[in-house]
Design a protein around this ligand. Structure first.
Ligand code: NAD
Ligand code: UGA
Length: 456
């Protein structure tokens, strides 16, 4: 029975996942280590450094009891019997595979540090999303030194989505654990199964070989993103033909073989993982000489970029082919509702293109303004930020709604309309609002995949 767990990487995955493990396994000591001392201090104070509904309640249940955060990564390794590695694996920005392959430097540094500091036999669990066969590379590093600790490497990819992380961790559709088909590998798998079985029904814990687990994570994200790109592709056709993408989504989603989820047309998908993981998949395909397979998946990303560009083109076209010196107010900068995360948010590209058209851009968001300021730090004086949507709308020629925050549904749009320039435009990048209602107020409304409601 495992009694001492370490997680290296206290980010969006490491923090919430370990808080849930600590909650359900009060007899297990859980330490989360990160090189980012500021992040560690925030976690340790009980105020999470990320916005995630329900997280702080879970965090405070175990903090100081069996859940601890530390910036001393190396010092935490010797006592751990099981080490989760949850460091970031962004897209490589340099050298071979730049813009496609995963940057594995953080992961490899962690592996070497574990090798150097581990004392006893240790189970190392890949929590980060990694290219297929990374566990093999990890094992080779661990075997590069004779004697001392012995290691078993498991792949246990994480499927939580931001904004619903606590619910996803409490009631996962499945937990996936991949390990070696040797007796030692199977014993390590069993240790991790027993840990999750404290709160996850056994029939939801799937065990596979390591490669299947690693590939399943990339495949799951590729399939999810593909659905968004598919409905977005259909949304372009809807706008041309008078079909309604929401009606089409409902019509196809009621087929039980297709299902209703992930069929919401939008300005495009964002987030730290979809694009990165698909590009990683494409790179893997290329490395294995599977050009056609790579091109197939790459089209999901191409369609997403097209959708973001198309959104801005529609704005320009609707607003008499010029945005110069007009004020565009952006409702929502986070990549989705209920998170402060702006990584790869479609709002970044949309704002940059609007600024490229010499518009003034005013951004409002209930949680992501710090991220927005960082992402647009080089944009100069044409961009401004305010947490108050009414303030943001003052003097605006148009509103572009880019994040599906629930609170945007409940705003007083009559009041907002009253403080805008005429004609007032509303571009709903999430189909969050009733276009008819907005139109009755006086807005020229442009939802995604629906006919425009224009007064002109
Ligand atoms: P993140 O950037 O929020 O957190 C990663 C943390 O690792 C950072 O705090 C960083 O300081 C730390 N770190 C980096 N190198 C380190 C080192 N050598 N030692 C100690 N700490 C180190 O990233 P994230 O969003 O939590 O994602 C982590 C992994 O999980 C990625 O591979 C991602 O693809 C995957 N994933 C993310 C999500 C998500 O919703 N964000 C969901 C499923 C899987
Ligand atoms: C996604 C997956 O859903 C998780 O299972 C996975 O663990 C995670 O990536 C990861 O590996 O990081 P996340 O990116 O947090 O989770 O959020 P999603 O709910 O998947 O949304 C991703 C993007 O797609 C958002 O920008 C969202 O607004 C957009 N989206 C989603 C749509 O435009 N339409 C939809 O119908 C669904």
């Amino acid at each position: 029975m495992i009694r001492n767990i370490l997680c290296i990487g206290a980010g969006y995955v490491g923090g919430p996942t370990m808080a849930i493990i600590a909650k359900h396994c009060p007899d297990v000591r859980v330490v989360v280590a990160d090189i980012n001392a500021e992040r560690v201090a925030a976690w340790q104070s009980g105020v999470a450094p990320i916005y995630e509904p329900g997280l702080e309640d879970v965090l405070r249940m175990s903090l100081g009891r069996n859940l601890h955060f530390t910036a001393d990564v190396e010092g935490a390794i010797p006592d751990a019997e099981m080490i989760f590695v949850s460091v970031n694996t962004p897209t490589k920005t340099f050298g071979q595979g730049a813009g496609r392959a995963a940057d594995l430097q953080h992961w490899e540094k962690t592996a070497r540090s574990i090798l150097q500091h581990a004392r006893g036999d240790t189970i190392v669990v890949e929590k980060s999303t990694l290219p297929v066969r990374t566990a093999e590379a990890m094992e080779r590093i661990f075997k590069s030194r004779d004697g001392g600790a012995r290691f078993q490497v498991l792949s246990n990819p994480e499927f939580l989505a931001e904004g619903t992380a606590i619910e996803d961790l409490e009631h996962p559709d499945r937990v996936l654990i991949g390990g070696a088909e040797t007796p030692d590998g199977q014993a390590a798998i069993q240790e991790l199964v027993d840990l999750y079985a404290r709160w996850v029904p056994r029939d939801r814990i799937l065990t596979t070989n390591v490669w299947s687990a690693e590939l399943s994570k990339l495949a799951a994200n590729a399939f999810l993103a593909q659905r968004v790109s598919s409905i977005n592709a259909i949304s372009a056709l809807c706008e041309q033909t008078g079909a309604d993408v929401q009606e089409v989504g409902r019509a196809i989603g009621t087929d039980h073989r297709i299902g209703p989820h992930f069929l919401r047309a939008s300005v495009g998908f964002g987030g730290s993982c979809f694009e990165k993981d698909i590009l990683n998949l494409v790179y893997l395909c290329e490395c294995y000489g599977l050009e056609e397979v790579g091109r197939y998946w790459e089209a999901v990303v191409t369609m997403n970029q097209y959708q973001k560009r198309r959104f801005v083109q529609r704005m320009i076209h609707a607003m008499f082919n010029t945005l110069a010196d007009k004020q565009i107010t952006v409702f929502g900068f986070a990549f989705k509702a209920d998170t402060g995360d702006t990584r790869q948010s479609p709002a970044i590209q949309v704002c940059r293109e609007l600024l490229g058209e010499r518009a003034f851009v005013c951004v409002t968001d209930p949680q992501a303004l710090d991220g927005a300021r960082r992402d647009l730090a080089d944009a100069g004086p044409r961009v401004s930020f305010t947490p108050d949507p009414y303030e943001a709308a003052r003097g605006a020629h148009a509103i572009a709604l880019l994040t599906d925050w629930r609170e945007y549904r409940d705003l007083d749009y009559q009041r907002i309309y009253a403080r805008m320039e005429r004609p007032a435009f509303f571009f709903d990048g999430r189909n969050l609002l009733d276009p008819e209602k907005l139109h009755r107020i006086g807005f020229n409304v442009y939802p995604i995949g629906l006919p425009e409601r224009s007064l002109l």
